[in-house]
Write a protein of this length. Structure first.
Length: 480
């Protein structure tokens, strides 16, 4: 007899907690208390979904969770039927040779890039601000990262872009590199010069992969920056679910028209990595997001998101004590995000005050700054609430007091690599108190989400400078 089901006389009693559904209860509370949303997912509680898709969900809900191969819905791996048709339409919209729909987010796209474009011991020049999924890919394949430290914006506690000159220098020092892999835009919206970087890579016959997870919307508007796909990158991932209106976990990987990446190998990698039970609901949301963004309404929403960003920035500029990250000759920014700080307050404090006092949720906070997204689904009435809330907070005398608000966010440190991530990952390990870990070699990948950029990778020396960033970790896995 299972211990949660008790037999008492003729009655079967089920432990009360086993009939509760905590996620359902949490969602019920969430639905009855809608917040003002300045974060992903961009459809913003269904505010901008293709009408036909919305109506299907409203009328048929769970009915849409069907298996893929019936009724010519098709299969994902290999793509057939309606799924193939939708994927091909997406490739056309992206101006790509081939686009693959992804489940499990852009993370699986990064695994597939590692699997297809690297080998055990091959050398990869990779931005230190990459998402943890890129490093996970390298742990899987056994390739060796040569870290590209991006520019540091110390006053903003964030990583900046990676310059073409720096990449050229690193490629000269590492002529056996097989892949250059960078993140652009960064989480906070900083854009690197992909056109020049692609040129440098291709002159040396090196593949360029760009993690454009946060630029998924760009391919859908002339008024947004050009996608890395157009600028010469070979392979690009896009988190459609973050800023382009599809459902969480639905993403894409695209190969450029002249890509150096072997298309069939990529298809094969994705087949090995993907679930064999794809969610048709998620695939449908990719299809719907494309059709929506290509419609007149979708185009208007994109323009509105850009204008809203410009408007919020213009208002914040006039608030005493508020500073926003501004574009200039050397700094190109993603046009639908606002990264700002309020003098005297930590980013986390600002995030907490917005949430607790104003029911406003922003995308993320750092040591000093706060990131707000202006989405295609952002509601006009929420914009003035955000601006008024920031004005009030900036004019109050709040102080950073709580432990959590003082906990540090992202070290902008040069890593000291002792061994490859894969070797360290599979090495014998032990768990020790974090305070005793200085001088030891890290065995785990330590990354907080968001932004999913890691603090320490397997195989790296733990230094005392790391400790302020590890306050949430009582213990660490280190090599024996
Ligand atoms: C730059 C970057 N790449 C990849 C990912 C992973 O994307 P997903 O959450 O779609 O798996 C993220 C997630 O935040 C990211 O910020």
């Amino acid at each position: 007899m299972k211990k949660n089901i008790l037999q008492t006389g003729n009655n079967t009693e089920i432990k009360k907690t086993q009939t509760e559904a905590p996620i359902i209860s949490a969602l019920e509370r969430f639905v009855s208390n809608p917040t003002k949303q300045f974060h992903i997912p961009a459809h913003t509680k269904g505010n901008c979904l293709l009408d036909e898709f919305k109506s299907l969900i409203n009328r048929h809900g769970a009915f849409l969770d069907c298996t893929d191969e019936f009724n010519n819905i098709g299969t994902l791996n290999p793509a057939t039927g309606a799924i193939k048709k939708a994927q091909d339409l997406m490739a056309e919209a992206m101006n790509a040779k081939r686009t693959f729909f992804l489940l499990n987010g852009s993370s699986i796209g990064n695994f597939a890039i590692a699997m297809t474009c690297t080998k055990p011991n091959s050398k990869v020049l990779i931005g230190r601000n990459c998402h943890r999924s890129a490093l996970t890919g390298l742990i899987m394949t056994g390739a060796n990262p040569v870290w590209l430290t991006p520019e540091k914006l110390d006053d903003w506690s964030i990583w900046g872009g990676i310059s073409p000159e720096f990449i050229e220098k690193k490629l000269t020092l590492n002529p056996d590199t097989s892949l250059v892999w960078i993140t652009s835009p960064t989480y906070e919206g900083i854009i690197s010069d992909i056109e020049k970087i692609a040129d440098i890579c291709h002159k040396k016959g090196v593949i360029l992969a760009v993690d454009e997870a946060h630029g998924a919307l760009w391919n859908f508007s002339e008024n947004l920056p050009k996608s890395a796909l157009e600028l010469g990158a070979d392979v690009v991932v896009h988190s459609m679910h973050k800023t382009a209106g599809s459902f969480s976990q639905s993403s894409m990987l695209s190969l450029a028209k002249n890509s150096l990446v072997n298309e069939h190998l990529m298809e094969h990698s994705l087949k090995l990595l993907h679930t064999t039970s794809p969610s048709v609901m998620l695939l449908a949301s990719l299809d719907a997001a494309r059709a929506y963004l290509m419609s007149e309404e979708g185009q208007n929403k994109i323009n509105k998101a850009i204008q809203t960003t410009v408007y919020i920035k213009s208002k914040l500029r006039n608030i005493h004590n508020v500073e926003i990250l501004e574009e200039n000759q050397w700094l190109k920014l993603e046009p639908t995000r606002v990264y700002f700080k309020i003098r005297g307050l930590k980013g986390r404090k600002i995030e907490n005050l917005l949430k607790l006092n104003y029911n406003i949720e922003i995308e993320a906070s750092t040591d000093y700054g706060v990131l707000a997204l202006c989405n295609i689904g952002t509601r006009e009435e929420d914009v003035s609430c955000l601006i008024n809330a920031i004005r009030e907070i900036a004019n109050e005398k709040y102080e950073d007091l709580s432990y959590l608000e003082n906990c540090k966010f992202m070290p902008l440190l040069e890593p000291q690599i002792i061994m490859s991530p894969q070797k360290a990952f599979y090495h014998e390990q032990e768990i020790i108190p974090t305070q005793e870990a200085v001088g030891r070699i890290c065995a785990e990948l330590i990354a907080e989400c968001p932004p999913g950029i890691f603090i320490l990778a397997p195989g790296e020396l733990i230094k005392k400078e790391h400790l302020p960033y590890l306050e949430n970790y009582k213990t660490l896995s280190v090599l024996k």
